[in-house]
Design a binder for this molecule. Structure first.
Ligand code: MLT
Length: 332
């Protein structure tokens, strides 16, 4: 037994104890929560990176909640259709949203956003951070990122860049990339990066910026060209892949974070129970191993809490608003 064992045991026990937090007090309407399946809404297509995290998380959480978590894909408008749906859903603890950086970029990207990410939700907690990879179709001429930079500047809008719509992280990454290169590609939006990657594999588009949670198996099987990773440092799962910063795009960084949300007005006891199940899932070996294989990093404990997600979201809204407004990218 290591000297750290008692502390590790306490960490493991905390969310499990919280899961029983409704027992013992006076009976409330939430005492038997959950008593039927819960819907976890994913704002992009099935089979894509958000879907992969949601399905693995749902499987782990259903072990402690004792009910199924059904993943519901509601793609469209860069994730804003799904967020609108959840903001308007009954706050009864049976509808949740998993979303990424798009929650923070949407207010600057959409002039008529039907929800306010900072006021229309109850916050459950963050899940994992995921690096992105810049991919080209297998037969795209540049062999590496240094060659790609020259090729992109010479060919501009002859290059087709796939993304998952305004509000998707593939769009955010592509926007920053074009700005860093001083060039404009032709953008082709899809309902998620699952269909976008299919288009890349089929040679219908040239370039895609996408998360390792979807791209690693295709990179390892050499079905795509990998130009680099979007983190400042190299990542463990792809140690030979250079960063875009190393290849000349100084300071280039896009990291994807995921949060879980409920409609505003969801009872705090229900949010606490869902959060406890989330935190238990983030220590579940089946979940953590899958995330590690796909390059995702479980967030530190402070970010796994409702307050941790809420303050992070606020800081991301403050960070991305000015960058997006400066780039002048928006939907009417
Ligand atoms: C997806 O799940 O399809 C992606 O997260 C879309 C994106 O944001 O690029």
């Amino acid at each position: 037994m290591t000297p750290n064992f008692p502390r590790a045991l306490r960490r493991l026990a905390a969310p499990l104890l919280a899961l029983g937090c409704l027992a013992g007090g006076p009976a409330t309407a939430q005492d038997n929560y959950p008593n039927h399946a819960i819907s976890l809404v994913v704002p992009f297509a099935a089979g894509g990176p958000t879907d992969v995290v949601a399905r693995s998380l749902g499987a782990a959480m259903s072990k402690t909640l004792g009910q199924s978590i059904i993943v519901e894909n509601r793609p469209g408008a860069g994730g804003t259709l799904a967020a609108t749906h959840v903001a308007r859903a009954a706050p009864d603890g049976y509808t949740f949203l998993i979303h990424h950086n798009g929650m923070a970029t949407a207010p600057a990207l959409y002039r008529k956003l039907p929800f306010n990410p900072l006021t229309d939700f109850a916050y459950v907690g963050q899940v994992a951070d995921v690096p992105m990879t810049l991919l080209g179709r297998k037969d795209l001429p540049p062999a590496d990122m240094v060659e790609f930079i020259k090729y992109a500047r010479a060919n501009g809008n002859k290059i087709n860049l796939a993304n998952a719509g305004l509000g998707a992280v593939s769009q955010l990454c592509g926007m920053l990339l074009q700005e860093a290169l001083g060039t404009q590609f032709t953008t082709i939006p899809y309902a998620g990066t699952a269909p976008a990657l299919t288009a890349l594999l089929g040679g219908q588009v040239d370039v895609l910026c996408d998360q390792t949670t979807q791209t690693i198996p295709h990179i390892k099987a050499q079905r795509v060209k990998l130009y680099g990773v979007t983190t400042l440092d190299r990542i463990k799962t792809l140690p030979d892949a250079s960063t875009l910063q190393e290849s000349g795009l100084k300071g280039f960084e896009v990291k994807v974070w995921h949060g879980v949300y409920a409609p505003k007005g969801t009872p705090p006891e229900v949010v606490a129970k869902f959060n406890a199940s989330l935190r238990a899932a983030l220590q579940d070996p089946a979940f953590t191993q899958k995330m590690a294989e796909l390059g995702a990093e479980i967030v530190p404990e402070a970010k796994q809490t409702p307050a941790g997600l809420q303050s992070w979201l606020q800081s991301e809204v403050d960070k991305w608003g000015p960058i997006i407004r400066k780039a002048g990218v928006y939907a009417d």
